[in-house]
Design a protein around this ligand. Structure first.
Ligand SMILES: [Zn+2]
Length: 433
């Protein structure tokens, strides 16, 4: 089961997406042609007057490394995608550029004016978003606008905050009765995870299964109030068992004091939200579509209730108020943000020594780095047909990144363009590298 195919009529009017089998039939009958590979879109050879359109909700789960996207038609998930961002890459690139500029200014070449004094400070206003974060927002908006062109989207859902601050007004003092597996339980859990910075309160362990622990154990009359709850790893939780915090940490007075101090500190509202998610929310509202917002707690509650795997695109389908979901696809489109390359003309080794120069030209034999191509190689180690992202060379002997890894050499005459470079690389569920 793969993603539904997007359909536009001859006037480029978006119509309801159709199952892949139906699209294949239309293409074979010559009623439609391929308009675009990624996302796969076909174009009818005729106009459709007053088409019947269903409601389509575009759902987004923004993440720091990967953002999940899903299109839900009624209660059917018909399309999914995951966008891999390049936040760290941007940070590294900017730092490399800074180093090069600093170095150039210090060299005995000619006088170069230093950057305007305090420029950094002035630009860093409260509303400024770091370039790496900005790129995440831009990636998502690019895809929202792209999808809007091919699918009649009627609404957008976005996971905006981790937990509902409205429901948890003054959570520290309120007597909270929560139960495992209940929506409210998930909100409480997300709140605690944020409050304890996603690490074990006792030993500081991260990247492990974190559990909710009662400082004053329930068996000895401890309450379910948030001020009695901490996040701990499985091992600490086990070794503490039903002992009181004072008893458990009797040997470690420093840890005891730290935990007791932090447990009294309520989490500030601001900590619940995250800057780039709010920027994204504001930009989504500019599209003019109604934007529904959900919490991380609710997403998790929906996902576990529906029995879905922990995958970004399935998470995104669970954003907001969900009753029932039927998966019509199991293969999300995997999108990797690649950017548009750089302007560096001289390639250096790790010591900064120039090792080769690049051509000013970007296109060789009709291909550019970043194009998705189909290559039919007649002989050699990689004989056969490959689909992947091209890296061009002046000589006409190219390289490709495919789902089996790097394929090289690929001569230009064996390449057939499928999708021109648009700043992203594509693949289906098969893992690359
Ligand atoms: Zn621990």
């Amino acid at each position: 089961m793969s993603n539904f195919v997007f359909v536009i009529d001859t006037n480029k009017q978006p119509l309801d997406p159709i199952p892949p089998g139906q699209a294949r039939r239309l293409l074979n009958q010559g009623k439609a042609a391929v308009y675009r590979r990624y996302p796969f879109t076909i174009i009818f050879k005729y106009a459709v007057d007053n088409p019947r359109r269903s409601e389509h909700q575009l759902k987004i789960d923004p993440g720091s490394k990967v953002t999940g996207l899903a299109i839900v038609q009624g209660d059917r998930v018909i399309w999914g995608a995951e966008i891999q961002h390049r936040g760290q890459q941007i940070k590294n690139d900017l730092e490399a550029r800074k180093a090069v500029r600093r170095n150039r200014r210090n060299r005995q070449t000619r006088y170069r004016r230093p950057p305007i004094k305090n420029r950094g400070k002035r630009q860093r206003s409260a509303r400024r978003l770091a370039p790496s974060l900005k790129s995440r927002v831009h990636n998502v908006m690019t895809w929202v606008n792209r999808i809007k062109r091919y699918v009649p989207i009627t609404g957008i859902s976005q996971e905006l905050i981790r937990f509902d601050t409205q429901k948890l007004v003054n959570p520290e003092v309120m007597g909270i009765k929560y139960q495992q597996g209940e929506l409210f339980g998930y909100e409480v859990r997300e709140y605690l995870l944020e409050k304890w910075s996603r690490q074990c309160a006792y030993c500081g362990a991260t990247n492990t299964r974190l559990e909710i622990d009662h400082l004053h154990p329930r068996s000895k009359g401890g309450s379910d109030k948030i001020s009695n709850l901490v996040i701990s790893c499985h091992d600490c939780n086990q070794s503490k068992s039903d002992r009181d915090i004072q008893e458990f940490l009797a040997q470690k007075p420093d840890t005891l004091n730290r935990v007791l101090a932090q447990v009294k500190q309520p989490l500030k509202d601001a900590a619940a939200c995250n800057c780039s998610r709010w920027t994204l929310f504001n930009e989504l509202q500019q599209t003019g579509l109604p934007v529904e917002v959900g919490t991380g707690g609710r997403t998790k509650y929906n996902r576990i209730r529906l029995g879905f795997d922990k995958q970004h695109w399935l998470d995104s389908a669970c954003v907001g108020i969900v009753d029932q979901l039927i998966l019509m696809t199991k293969q999300p489109l995997l999108i990797v943000a690649k950017g548009w390359g750089n302007r560096q003309m001289c390639i250096t080794n790790k010591h900064g020594f120039p090792i080769r120069y690049r051509e000013r030209q970007k296109t060789f034999f009709g291909f550019q780095t970043g194009d998705m191509v189909k290559a039919k190689l007649p002989k050699g180690k990689f004989a056969g047909t490959h689909v992947g992202r091209l890296t061009v060379r002046k000589s006409g002997v190219f390289e490709m990144i495919t789902h089996i890894g790097k394929v090289s050499p690929v001569r230009h005459k064996y390449c057939q363009a499928m999708h021109r470079n648009d700043g992203y690389m594509y693949r289906f569920s098969t893992i690359v590298q």
